[in-house]
Design a protein around this ligand. Structure first.
Ligand code: SAM
Ligand code: SF4
Ligand code: SF4
Length: 385
């Protein structure tokens, strides 16, 4: 099969058009924390602030699909900062403690600091501030790190798929150099946006030879490197199981050179498995820090999944692999006397209570030849990672 032929041709605009019916609320006012149909709480809200990006990572926004004719959302379709904050406020009342801004490339959204300021003013029902983080490709971070910190951002996660310029440029497909991302990471460290996490998507035959150089580079630097299994998100990246490097293989490779000890998860529902670099006695050495693996393909973590995703245009997705969302924008754009904050919260609560999504668990039970069939899934650049 040629490279071109392996891309799927489902029109992305069509996928964005569908919404699920928001379940009727019972009339009883929602007051407490929400749990879904499988007993999972709502803790983490990921908000996509733009569907645009200045990179063309082949596993996310391949150039062949996201070209100059691609129909990005018009500005009027995007949630405004006030609309995002109003929706986020209801999520917080229902249990969300952590908000991650993502995209597309979130730093391309104009005046993002204003949104961060608004979100940083929200409080949980117990009166605690939220944990506000952002995932970025790092290209604009050197310029923006201080302003982001001043606005109330706590941490950043930076994506970087290799240290070798040729490999990285091939993966971002816009000739962007490694040095500029490293400068962004340094600026974020200096601005106090740590502990910084660096995400590396590992694709067999493309950047797996960068695993050890990346680990050597970040060990002892205060940055937590995490290796992500290449996922079958969206419908445009031509995903194949044989390009996935299982996390177990990544850990075995690291251990061939650097002793590691398993660390406890920091919080329930955490996506990464943590490993600490060990000293000569085989004990975890905090000075060397830790490394993580996110095994979205080989080890489903749906059982604890407490994440909701709000798309750029206000669709609520209950799973990264969902094909349809719930249109919250239509609710926030109705007059406040028709849809009050309370009724918005009731609607979100009813949606979460009806959730039974567990795609990775179900995929693990599929026969191998059924695993890559993709079907109608929204793109990661649209709902955010
Ligand atoms: N543009 C920002 C960035 O790259 O960090 C934020 C959005 S990006 C969609 C969020 C995360 O998803 C990135 O760490 C990226 O590497 C990851 N990602 C995108 N496509 C992926 C795929 N097919 N498999 C695994 N991770 C993927
Ligand atoms: Fe852009 Fe991030 Fe997707 Fe790469 S992974 S194309 S940087 S949105
Ligand atoms: Fe959560 Fe869906 Fe991922 Fe499972 S597949 S961990 S339910 S986002």
């Amino acid at each position: 099969m040629t490279k071109q032929a392996s891309y799927r041709t489902i029109p992305v605009l069509d996928q964005r058009g569908d919404s699920l019916k928001i379940p009727a609320t019972t009339g009883a006012r929602t007051t407490g924390l929400a749990k879904d149909g499988l007993g999972r709480p709502l803790r983490d809200l990921r908000i996509s602030v733009t569907d645009r990006c200045n990179f063309r990572c082949s596993y996310c926004m391949p150039k062949e699909v996201f070209d100059k004719d691609y129909a990005y959302l018009p500005h009027s379709a995007l949630l405004s900062f006030e609309e995002i904050t109003r929706i986020a406020q209801q999520f917080v009342a229902l249990g969300v403690q952590k908000i991650r801004l993502t995209g597309g490339e979130p730093l391309l959204r104009k005046n993002l600091e204003l949104l961060i300021q608004q979100l940083a003013a929200l409080r949980t029902p117990e009166g605690a501030p939220l944990d506000i983080t952002l995932t970025t490709n790092g290209s604009l971070l050197a310029r923006k790190a201080h302003a982001l910190k001043a606005a109330g951002l706590q941490r950043v996660t930076v994506s970087l798929d290799g240290l070798d310029d040729a490999v990285f440029k091939k993966m971002n497909d816009v000739d962007f150099p490694v040095a500029d991302v490293l400068a962004g990471i340094q600026a974020a460290q200096e601005a106090g946006l740590g502990p910084i996490k660096v995400n590396m998507v590992v694709k067999r035959g493309t950047n797996d030879h960068e695993i050890l150089p990346m680990a050597r580079h970040f060990r002892g630097s205060g940055v937590v490197l995490r290796f992500i299994e290449y996922m079958d998100v969206g419908a445009t990246n031509g995903w194949r199981m044989d390009e996935v490097v299982p996390s177990a293989d990544v850990i075995a490779l690291l251990r061939s050179e650097m002793p590691l000890v398993a660390l406890e998860a920091c919080a329930p529902g955490e996506t990464a498995q943590r490993w600490g670099y060990a000293d000569a006695q085989g004990q975890y050495d905090p000075g060397l820090g830790e490394v993580g693996v996110i095994s979205s393909v080989t080890q489903a973590f749906c059982a604890d999944c407490n994440r909701a995703r709000l798309s750029t245009e206000g669709q609520l997705y209950l799973c990264l692999f969902a094909s349809q969302g719930y249109d919250l924008r239509s609710l926030v754009r109705k007059p406040a006397e028709t849809v009050s904050d309370q009724s918005l919260m009731d609607a979100i609560s009813a949606i979460w209570q009806g959730r039974s999504d567990r795609y990775s668990l179900l995929r693990a039970a599929m026969p191998p030849d059924a695993q890559a069939t993709g079907a109608r899934r929204v793109e990661m650049s649209y709902i955010g990672g």
